[in-house]
Design a protein around this ligand. Sequence first.
Ligand SMILES: Cc1cc(=S)c(O)co1
Ligand SMILES: [Zn+2]
Length: 262
Amino acid sequence: KKRGNIYLSGAGPSAWHEEYPVAKGKRQSPVDINTNKTKFDPKLAADPLTIRFSDSCCQSIVNTGISFQVTSNGAGCELSGGPLDSTYQFAQFHAHWGAYLKTTGSEHTVDGVSYPAELHLVHWNTKYDDFKDAVDKPDGLAVIAVFFKRGKEHPGFGKIQDLFSKIPAKGAKVNIDFEFNPGLLMPPDSENYWTYLGSLTTPPLYESVTWIVMKEPLEVSVEQIAILRTLLWETPNGVSQMYNNFRPPVPLRDRVIRASFG
Ligand SMILES: Cc1cc(=S)c(O)co1
Ligand SMILES: [Zn+2]
């Protein structure tokens, strides 16, 4: 019986095009960021990205079956400026990561190099009625990607990881009854980023995302990377540890990745 694990059933990401032809589209994600081909755009620095988060914006955490997801009603959490032509509201954050002792895990790569994990902070364009209305529009979503790098422990992210044991299976959900400001998950320097037009990295792979990839990674401990894998998911061989829930980079096609820095 083919279980709903999109990474492990069949040939995984390389077969997604069979059910979702857009997987071979012209603005798919993730991509490799070749820093020799990115283009500094002074307009991005002239109109700085404004990232606003609040202490009260995270309501709950759910096991989606392919990641954890911290959901928000978006109160006081808005994104504007930089490459964006309107205000986007925060909806959720989740992550993608690799396997034990492997160097892969992130979705975007930089000059062909992966990080062990990648956080996605998903926002929707408030010119639309709600997330569902925005999710498949060309300017519908803006996702901030933050690379995780092994280093010192990140106590803030640890508070989110403390909840993982409460969401052991797909669909499990608990309330977050403490203040958690997603701004804690931004790297020390969030001025330097790359941006390009892309897509969701999981089916249905809608080409609706303005990607904002932070150049500077966020440090978390090697134990915290391992704790990501204590989440559980269904596989063709039964329930097991969740890892390698990342899509490898796809062709950039005729897109240019802009940099906010020279
Ligand atoms: C909306 C959304 C965005 C991303 S990047 C993802 O992995 C899942 O859902
Ligand atoms: Zn994602």
